[in-house]
Ligand binder design. Structure first.
Ligand code: ADP
Length: 484
């Protein structure tokens, strides 16, 4: 397929409904992580392009988009979702080439994007304020209003899903968006913008400006015309964004990753758990904020779980995205170096098993064989730091309190799960685990768009996904009318 199959201009920005060259004419090279070759040039947008995009968004708010009704917003989102589905193959190919995702996983992301559009289309006209009983002679009610211009800074690991959950909810509530995709992967963000235009989204309601984080990203965060920032990415950049946004007292939603545990108790159905234990660690080559990188196992089942996980690991194949194996390359060779560095830090540990890299995987690709470490101390770097690669550690525990202490013993708190048949223990664990999402006898629940998502601690704050996101993308106005 050609990169322009969806009508995108890969080396341009999408501003005010038009494909436009970056003001400074600068470009970046996008590479294919499966073989390290150059895919195409992309725009290296900077502060001037962000400024144009914010102006376009303000224009949309002052025009048809801002005046539109919730029903109309819902309808246009539904049409976008439909177009996304009609182009599932082209979008999946684009994502596979750009991010290195095995095609099946890329396809699942497209379907999730369409589902976000469907969900937020349906929710647009169902978000409403309340009336509040008050003093005699008053009628008091609340209005949920759009922030205005919202900035969306997204990473390269799940571009389509993150666009779906953040831009979808922001548009449903009547904001106008400026989207800054990651410099490593921005093609599906551009394609989404094109499809949104074709679906009839008014010009300027969604603008896409690719570029570097320190340039376009920083300019978007600091722009005085932006009223809300939604960021998904690293802890370091998240802290920076919160500091910069504080300058204008702009609210931020930060989703910064995790070190999410699955806790396997002595009464767990291990065979039912097994696919979740492994897949949650290696999906998208472990480059998932909600990856489960720590597997905590009661000591009575430790050897069994370890050997069953190791068997699965030995069957995992890593190779080019289009070969559609279990695991694709990492997004870049830079990311591969980081992950290889972590694996090297485990030289004092036992490697229980590794998957394989297929023999014909191109030498320039960013491949890392999935790696399972055994008997890891909870305080070890590999059990504390987010690795963002196909690496999991297995940690034994003695009893429930010990499991909770280990599970909660990192600076993160995004997702956690427990595997047990004991109903009382399920309820206790759900309360005790420090995480924005807790799963019982599953992990991720299929990632449903309905499920509010976000973290605590270094995992960030604010919630995206589900109906909850609509509150984050709106501000509440209280109206008190005195009529005597
Ligand atoms: P990763 O290390 O996984 O690439 P980052 O946090 O660096 O994650 O990147 C996530 C997103 O944040 C990308 O779109 C990137 O361009 C952007 N970004 C990076 N640095 C900054 C910054 N200083 N200000 C705003 N955005 C940034």
């Amino acid at each position: 397929m050609t990169l322009t199959a969806l009508g995108i201009a890969p080396d341009q920005c999408l501003i005010a409904g038009h494909w436009v060259a970056p003001a400074n004419g600068a470009r970046l090279v996008l590479s294919n992580p499966s073989d390290g070759t150059a895919l195409c040039d992309i725009a290296r947008g900077d502060a001037d392009d962000i400024d144009r995009a914010v102006l376009a968004a303000q224009g949309a708010l002052a025009g048809d988009w801002g005046r539109g009704t919730a029903v109309e917003r819902g309808r246009v989102l539904a049409r976008i979702g439909q177009l996304v589905l009609e182009n599932v193959d082209a979008l999946a190919q684009l994502e596979a080439l750009d991010v290195g995702k095995p095609l099946t996983q890329a396809r699942a992301d497209v379907i999730a994007l369409a589902r976000y559009m469907e969900f937020y289309a349906g929710s647009a006209d169902k978000l409403h304020g309340e009336t509040i009983p008050y003093l005699d002679g008053y009628t008091v009610y609340t209005l949920r209003e759009a922030h205005g211009v919202t900035g969306h800074i997204i990473p390269w690991n799940y571009p389509m899903q993150i666009i779906g959950r953040s831009v979808g909810a922001a548009l449903a509530t009547g904001n106008a968006c400026v989207l800054k995709p990651a410099e490593e992967a921005c093609l599906t963000a551009l394609a989404f913008g094109e499809l949104a235009m074709r679906a009839g989204l008014p010009a300027g309601a969604l603008n896409v400006v690719p570029g570097l984080g320190a340039e376009a990203g920083a300019a978007l965060t600091a722009h005085p015309g932006v009223q809300h920032i939604s960021f998904t990415g690293s802890v370091g950049v998240g802290k920076l964004i919160q500091r910069v946004a504080a300058e204008h007292v702009v609210p931020v939603t930060l989703e910064l990753g995790g070190k999410s545990p699955q806790v396997v108790f002595e009464d767990a159905d291990v065979d039912a758990a097994l696919p979740f234990l492994v897949n949650a660690g290696i999906q998208n080559a472990g480059q998932t904020c909600s990856a489960s990188s720590r597997i905590l196992v009661h000591e009575s089942r430790y050897e069994e779980v370890l050997s069953k996980m190791a068997d699965r690991y030995r069957g995992l194949q890593t190779g080019p995205a289009l070969a559609d194996l279990n695991v694709g390359p990492l997004v870049s060779n830079r990311q591969k170096e980081i992950v290889d560095g972590f694996i090297a830090q485990g030289s004092d540990l036992e490697i229980a098993a590794r998957g394989s890299i297929v023999a014909d995987a191109p030498a320039g690709g960013a491949y890392v064989a999935p790696t399972l470490f055994a008997g890891v101390a909870p305080e070890h770097t590999l059990a504390q730091d987010e690795i963002f690669g196909p690496v999991q550690v297995v940690i034994p525990f003695k009893d429930e309190d010990h499991a909770v202490a280990i599970a909660n013993g990192t600076k993160f708190g995004l997702v956690a799960s427990c595997w047990t048949k004991d109903g009382a223990r399920q309820m206790r664990m759900a309360k005790k685990l420090r995480a924005g999402q807790v799963f019982i006898n599953n992990y991720g629940a299929g990632g449903g768009v309905e499920l509010p998502f976000g973290g605590t601690g270094l995992s960030g704050h604010g919630r995206e996904k589900g109906f909850e996101a609509l509150y984050g993308f709106t501000t509440l106005k209280t109206v008190a009318a005195f009529h005597g």
